[in-house]
Design a protein around this ligand. Sequence first.
Ligand code: FMN
Length: 171
Amino acid sequence: MEVKDAIFGRRSIRKYQPKDVEDEKIREILEAAIWAPSAGNTQTWRFYVVKNPEIREKLMRASYMQKQITEAPVSIVVTFDMDEMDKFYGRRGVELYGIQDTAAAIQNMLLRAYDLGLGTCWIGAFDDGEVSSILKIPATERPVAIITAGYPAENPSSTRKPLKDVVRFVE
Ligand SMILES: Cc1cc2nc3c(=O)[nH]c(=O)nc-3n(C[C@H](O)[C@H](O)[C@H](O)COP(=O)(O)O)c2cc1C
């Protein structure tokens, strides 16, 4: 698939077919994630792959009942290690680079998943403490997003503001 087709064709998918995602596809999505750029190539991101339905149910509740988490056969929780980032870049690293690095990794995941015929949804609305406790994520890590993935059961459209509203050419 052309990169541009993935960029423009990908949509957030919130309805999924009751069909498992092959482990090899999950591995390919994770491989795409770790090839994203990161500040100083520090790679402080961490990925928690959740297939267990009971744990996904708990994650769904920690995410204000967002049902796509129980519908999709797999969720990947993306975090970064704040201590490790702090050692390299201090406050700017923890407040900014960790978020940017994980966001770049997540976008790679969404695009590669689309390339593999899968749908995804980037979920940012959840209770951080609850998600950390459900997955026993170390206190040094901050959960940034939950990514659901599965075979899509919908074909939604989306819109964007025109470029003129968001771009300024500076002279
Ligand atoms: C930081 C971030 C947080 C998001 N959080 C949620 C969320 O909690 N629940 C949800 O259904 N979608 C969430 N989304 C998906 C957006 O709603 C979606 O990307 C946007 O509406 C554009 O639609 P599209 O992805 O289909 O182009 C989030 C996206 C981003 C980048």
